[in-house]
Design a protein around this ligand. Structure first.
Ligand code: CS2
Length: 505
């Protein structure tokens, strides 16, 4: 059968192997407004919600997508052209992919086109939840102090222009103000980002933003809005042209499918201002305190990704799977998890950490998932601060090991300076702070601690003598041309023999 272009009208012509929404999409209400319709939202929260709708036909829980940036226009247009349907390609390690067409998106508003429509959608009475995937950097806090950055020019703009904001905080504040004035209950604000205590952080940032111009309203928000914390997990590589072709081979012409691994996990604190979908019917877990789950996930999985991403980029690998398939890298990752992360993690109810770590290595090694190191290293300026630095800080206090991490930071300095692999191939460096990082990294050739002295990323690490000794010695060696794999092997105290190792200097 010929592949069909995806739309509401063609759903019934898709091959039987593709699962399609079994609920009445026309009658869906948007109980959820979601800001940040990237791949991760579409493989995770929207996937759970689609499964929930298929199971319960509880049509209050459609999702209205919102894009805050001009850069979201491309995805908005493609989704609108296919009636907000998209296909999720779940890629199994054996090379097979399952296709599920997700139908829970009801609309997609682009904020730069009509900010007031976005505020009205959030304020609408059907909206029970405003959820967010705005990335680690979107929360606008200074990682070294944890405080909201009121000096950000966009924040200053938003306070002066409350009906035409640029950042999420201005939208949430304007919509909550409308509900408050109308005497309506507020919506729940649900963060789905990899930020520790993501709900608490969202509350703190929003309240600080509002407090800058209206302390009484800030108090109301703090007291009446709930911000459940959650741990979210599903590896979702960036969509490539190859994925669009794969979808077509499998029977559906989709302008922007999403690919992901089979594994998914969502642990949510059950603390919502209003009703919510019963996501636990489709695999989510509700708990009273999500802290141990999120700490485990961020510090093992996300930081583990950063370890492979930064070291693997210098080595010339281009995907996580390539990196973790090198025994030296797998061993380094495991040593990082065992020696530096596990000792400063609390026990996690119901989870065998040993098994969890082994599963991570298996997930990273899924040969059917091509998760690029460019994606993993993107916005490292925000990721390193939240994924890795807290582990190092805790080890410095408890006198634990930090050597494996110090090499990662030295390698990131090298990466930020050169924007190439150690073999001279150009790397695709995606970071809002790329210029600042590069400048600090270049200065490190003369002043070795210049990069590490960026307090908003590394806090006070540059003031710790023993940490700096390791870091500086690795950096000097990298600047001298010594290959990262040799340094990794020396930290692990193993002989440098694998075939992957080439000439040293
Ligand atoms: C990755 C995450 O680059 C990154 O930050 O570690 O996107 C990761 O793939 C997801 O958090 C998996 O749940």
């Amino acid at each position: 059968m010929q592949a069909q272009p995806l739309s509401q009208a063609t759903l019934s012509f898709l091959p039987a192997s593709i699962s399609v929404p079994g609920y009445n999409r026309q009658a869906l209400q948007a109980g959820i407004v979601h800001v940040g319709v990237g791949g991760f939202h579409r493989s995770h929260q929207a996937y759970y919600t689609d499964n929930y709708l298929n199971q319960t036909h509880d049509l209050r829980w459609g999702i209205c997508g919102i894009g805050l940036r001009e850069a979201d226009r491309a995805i908005q247009q493609r989704l609108a052209a296919q009636d907000y349907l998209y296909s999720l390609l779940v890629k199994h390690p054996n090379g097979q992919s399952d296709v599920q067409v997700i139908g829970c998106m009801t609309d997609f508003l682009l904020a730069p086109d009509d900010p007031e429509a976005v505020i009205a959608q959030m304020a609408a009475k059907e909206t029970k939840i405003v959820s967010l995937t705005i990335t680690e950097g979107g929360y606008n806090f200074d990682p070294s102090t944890g405080e909201f950055d009121l000096t950000n020019p966009d924040v200053i703009h938003d306070i002066a222009n409350p009906t035409k904001p640029r950042l999420i905080f201005g939208y949430l504040a304007a919509a909550l103000q409308l509900r408050r004035t109308a005497g309506k209950a507020p919506f729940t604000i649900q963060s789905c980002d990899n930020v520790q205590h993501n709900g608490d952080v969202t509350r703190k940032m929003l309240v600080a933003y509002i407090n800058a111009y209206d302390s009484e309203f800030a108090r109301w928000v703090s007291e009446s809005v709930s911000f459940p914390n959650a741990m979210v997990d599903r590896i979702t590589p960036a969509t490539t042209e190859g994925d669009i072709s794969l979808a077509e081979e499998l029977g559906v012409i989709d302008q922007w499918p999403v690919t992901c691994e089979p594994f998914h996990q969502w642990v949510i604190e059950d603390n919502f201002t209003q009703q919510r979908p019963e996501w636990e019917l489709v695999g989510a877990q509700t708990v009273d305190d999500v802290t141990p789950y999120e700490t485990m996930k961020i510090r093992l999985l996300n930081a583990g990704h950063t370890v492979l991403g930064v070291l693997g980029s210098l080595r010339g690998y281009s995907t996580i799977e390539e990196a973790v398939s090198d025994p030296l890298f797998a061993r380094y990752l495991r040593a990082f998890m065992d020696n530096e992360v596990t000792p400063v993690l609390d026990a996690v109810p119901g989870i065998d950490l040993d098994e969890y770590k082994q599963t991570l290595i298996t997930r990273f090694g899924n040969p059917n998932i091509k998760d690029s190191l460019a994606r993993i290293c993107s916005q490292s300026s925000a990721k390193v601060a939240t994924f890795l630095v807290p582990t190092i800080q805790q080890n410095l206090i408890s006198k634990g090991s930090t050597r494996l991490s110090s090499l990662v930071l030295a390698a990131w300095c090298w990466y930020s300076d050169s924007h190439t692999t150690q073999h001279g191939e150009a790397l695709d460096v995606i970071d809002d702070l790329a210029d600042t990082l590069q400048h600090a990294a270049k200065s490190s050739r003369e002043a070795p601690l210049a990069f590490l002295s960026q307090q908003s990323i590394f806090g006070a690490l540059a003031a710790n003598r023993s940490f700096c000794e390791d870091y500086q010695s690795f950096l000097t060696k990298l600047f001298a041309g010594i290959k990262v794999e040799h340094l990794m092997a020396s930290v692990l105290e193993i002989e440098v023999t694998p075939a992957s190792m080439e000439a040293t200097i």
